[in-house]
Design a protein around this ligand. Structure first.
Ligand code: SF4
Length: 337
């Protein structure tokens, strides 16, 4: 409690009482690395190819439109390693940054200096998915994804903001916080995204429960106290919607990972918003209210070809139908997270 109160006080001294939802847009479920021991992609690698596992361009566009429409901030666009030719990645970054009206964050592994230069007009920040910081544990959970290449990328990423991701519950202890602190200081990190481990079926974590809420919050609180001005994002799965309050009290700026389109206007989404309010924050995004928007007119205004416009208009109706469907009484065991 003491730690939470201190973190809350540090947060209040440095930020407004706002909070928002940060949406990740996934480009693909494939990854050439595919052996991180906690990752869903490692369980499907043998059954998919870069072609079969990729999202359609219209569905990517729709999620960007939703970010703008519901005041979700785009956390980053992401996917595994080796998913798309670079030119296509660039095209997606361009269109999404146009929809968002600002440069975006990118979490697509280690990019070369030349690639970063080409992305500069559309990308403001890059993310290193380091996952965990203890070197021994890192070798075990990410055997083919060392941290050093990310550190090298940071060394030449002039003009970009820098972010890392960190999963709580992989087997680290709070004693590892010191290592995280040193890493943030060494690389002048601007943002960190925490996740509470979600045990994925088919991985070695399948039969674990994920970290306790208090332990998850402790990582966030210690980070807030050590770095008063750092942007801290915290991931919440639908099952953990109750935890929105504790992670905001621990000093997170905003919340990410929630299945916002699938669970739009659901009991979980209402709980999420209520918990943000009880944490004393004004929640700037919406997970529950559908704005009155001329979607087709908006899609027509985008700088994309006519076939993509037509496909996007058709697909968005499926999304809207699902989001508008009443689901407030849906019990939690039917809610996939
Ligand atoms: S590199 Fe990322 S996407 Fe690929 S297996 Fe590891 S955690 Fe999953």
């Amino acid at each position: 409690m003491e730690l939470l109160e201190k973190a809350s006080a540090v947060y209040k001294e440095n930020f407004s009482n706002h909070a928002w939802f940060g949406k990740c847009i996934f480009l693909s479920w494939y990854c050439t690395i595919g052996d991180c021991t906690f990752c869903y992609r490692s369980t499907i690698k043998e059954n998919v190819t870069p072609e079969t596992a990729r999202r359609s361009f219209p569905s990517i566009l729709i999620e960007a439109l939703f970010c703008k429409a519901f005041n979700w901030r785009l956390e980053f666009i992401t996917g595994g390693y080796g998913i798309l030719p670079f030119e296509e990645t660039k095209k997606i970054c361009k269109v999404i940054s146009e929809i968002m009206g600002e440069k975006i964050w990118l979490n697509l592994g280690v990019l070369s200096k030349k690639q970063l230069e080409e992305l500069k007009p559309y990308v403001k920040g890059i993310v290193a998915s380091i996952e965990t910081i203890n070197p021994e544990l890192h070798k075990k959970v990410c055997p083919s994804k060392p941290i050093a290449p990310y550190e090298h990328m940071f060394s030449y990423a002039d003009g970009f903001e820098k972010s890392i991701t960190f999963i709580v519950g992989l087997g680290e202890t709070i004693a590892d916080f010191e290592l995280l602190q040193k890493f943030i200081e060494k690389h002048n990190i601007n943002r960190i995204t925490f996740y509470a481990l979600k045990p994925v079926r088919g991985t070695e974590y399948e039969h674990t429960t994920g970290p306790k809420s208090e332990y998850y919050a402790e990582w966030i609180a210690r980070t807030r106290i050590a770095f008063p001005k750092l942007e801290i994002m915290a991931g919440i799965t639908p099952r953990r919607a109750e935890d929105v309050e504790i992670i905001l009290r621990a000093g997170a700026n905003a919340v990410t990972k929630f299945s916002a389109t699938k669970l739009f206007n659901s009991e979980r989404a209402h709980l999420f918003e209520a918990k943000a309010k009880s944490a004393g924050r004004e929640f700037l995004s919406s997970l529950t209210k559908m704005p009155d928007i001329d979607w087709d007119g908006w899609i027509d205004s985008l700088d994309i070809d006519e076939v993509t416009k037509k496909d996007t208009k058709i697909l968005i109706q499926h999304y809207l139908h699902r989001m508008n469907k009443p689901k407030s009484l849906e019990p939690i065991h039917l809610v996939l997270d």
